[in-house]
Ligand binder design. Structure first.
Ligand code: BGC
Length: 371
C-alpha cells in the first residue's frame, strides 16, 4: 500500500510546483528576415530570466535585493536589432571557441586550420559569425519539475574555419531558488576544438549602476594564466602575492589600479583562473560575488577547469535597456571555460572533441542575498 500513496503524493506535489512557474514567449523582432523569440521563465517568487534564441542570449535576470526589491542584474538591450548592431557579447552563448586562439591558427592531428583573426592578431569568441550571432532552434521543456529552454544549433563542417559538423544543445533551467542552470552538449563528425560558455555581464546593484569596483569577489583558484600583450596565455602562474589572488573575498577595486604588468597598467582583469580540484569534472563552486548595497550574491558553479574574470574593461558607455548607459567597468563577466588558446598550448587541458565523444559542460549562476 505504501508505494501507491507515496507515488500519488509525489504526483500532486509535482503538479502543484509545476503550476508555480509561468513560462511565456513573445516575438523579439527579426534577424536577416527571420523571426526570433524572447522566452521568459518566472518562478514562484516573481524572479525571472528572459532568453532569446538569437545567440541563446540571456537578456534579463530579475532577482530580489536584500529588501525583496526586484532588479535586473545583467546588461542587455531592449531590441534584437541592438544586439545585432553593437553587442559586446552581452549574455550570449559564445562558441565554437570562446576566448582567444593565437593568430587564428591551430593544428589537430598535424593538420592546420585557420580561423578569423577578429581580435587582431587573434581569434576571439568563435569568429566573425559565432554562436552568439546564430538563430537557435528553441523548445520549451521540463527538466524534472522545472521548466527549461532547450536550444539547438548544428554548425556545418568548416563554418568559421572549424572542422566537423557540430551538433550543439544548450539547456537553460530557471529554478525556484533563483539559479540559472546552463547545460551544454555537443557532438562532432570530425575531430574539432570546442569551448562553450555564457557571456553574461553582471552588475549586482542593477544593470546601469556605477562600476563594479565595490563588488567583492572570491575565486577558488591558486593559479591563473598570465597573458602577453595580445591577451594570449603565456603559461600558468601562482596568484599568491599578486593582485590576482581572490582566494579571500576582496573588493574588485582594491588592486585593479596597481602598477602590475598583468593588469596591463590600468586596463584591468581579463584572465583565466585555473580552478582548484577540477580533475574530476564535478560541479564545484568557482566564484562568489557580493554587492554590499543591494546585499545580492552571485555564486558560480561549474564543471569546467577554468573561469575568465573580465572586469568590463572595454565597456565604453553603450545605451542599454531602458536607455541606461553602461560605463567603463560597470559589469563583470565570469565565463566558465577550458583555458584560452588551449588548441596551441600543450600543457593545458585538451579542447579537442572527437567523433563518438560527447562534450558536456554545466554552469550554474545562482542569485541570492546575504541577509
Ligand atoms: C574577453 C575580453 C573581451 C570581452 C568582450 C571577454 O571574454 O576576455 O577580452 O573584450 O570578452 O568581447
Amino acid at each position: 500500500m505504501k508505494t501507491p500513496i507515496l507515488a500519488f503524493t509525489a504526483l500532486l506535489s509535482l503538479m502543484a510546483s509545476a503550476a508555480k512557474y509561468s513560462v511565456s514567449s513573445k516575438p523579439f523582432g527579426e534577424v536577416d528576415g527571420n523571426p526570433v523569440e524572447l522566452y521568459t521563465f518566472t518562478n514562484e517568487s516573481g524572479a525571472s530570466v528572459s532568453i532569446t534564441n538569437y545567440g541563446g542570449t540571456v537578456t534579463s535576470l530579475i532577482v530580489p535585493d536584500q529588501h525583496g526589491k526586484l532588479g535586473d542584474v545583467v546588461l542587455g538591450f531592449d531590441t534584437v536589432a541592438e544586439y545585432v548592431e553593437k553587442s559586446p557579447y552581452f549574455g550570449c552563448i559564445t562558441g565554437r571557441y570562446a576566448n582567444r586562439i593565437a593568430k587564428g591558427k591551430f593544428k589537430i592531428d598535424g593538420k592546420e586550420y585557420t580561423v578569423a583573426t577578429n581580435n587582431e592578431p587573434n581569434h576571439l569568441h568563435g569568429g566573425l559569425k559565432g554562436f552568439d550571432k546564430k538563430i537557435w532552434k528553441a523548445r520549451i521543456g521540463n527538466r524534472g519539475n522545472t521548466p527549461s529552454l532547450t536550444l539547438t544549433y548544428t554548425s556545418p563542417d568548416g563554418e568559421e574555419g572549424y572542422p566537423g559538423a557540430l551538433s550543439t544543445t544548450v539547456t537553460y533551467t530557471w529554478t525556484q531558488n533563483n539559479a540559472l542552470r546552463i547545460r551544454y552538449k555537443a557532438t562532432t563528425d570530425k575531430p574539432t576544438v570546442l569551448n562553450l560558455t555564457n557571456h553574461s555581464y553582471f552588475n549586482l546593484a542593477g544593470a546601469g549602476s556605477k562600476t563594479v569596483l565595490d563588488h567583492n569577489l572570491q575565486i577558488n583558484a591558486d593559479r591563473y594564466n598570465p597573458i602577453d600583450a595580445t591577451s594570449i596565455p603565456t603559461g600558468i602562474a601562482p596568484v599568491k602575492g599578486t593582485p590576482f589572488d581572490f582566494n579571500k573575498s576582496t573588493r574588485i577595486g582594491d588592486r585593479i589600479e596597481q602598477k602590475d604588468e598583468q593588469l596591463q597598467n590600468g586596463i584591468g582583469y581579463d584572465h583565466n583562473y585555473v580552478l582548484k580540484d577540477k580533475r574530476d569534472e564535478k560541479l564545484a563552486v568557482a566564484a562568489i560575488v557580493t554587492e554590499p548595497d543591494s546585499g545580492r550574491v552571485l555564486t558560480v558553479s561549474t564543471t569546467e577547469p577554468g573561469i575568465q574574470f573580465y572586469s568590463g574593461n572595454f565597456l565604453d558607455g553603450p545605451k542599454g535597456k531602458g536607455g541606461k548607459e553602461y560605463p567603463h567597468r560597470s559589469a563583470l563577466c565570469l565565463e566558465s571555460q577550458t583555458f584560452p588558446d588551449s588548441p596551441n598550448q600543450k600543457t593545458f587541458p585538451s579542447p579537442i572533441l572527437r567523433p563518438g565523444e560527447t562534450y558536456t559542460q554545466t554552469t550554474i549562476y545562482k542569485l541570492s542575498t546575504s541577509k
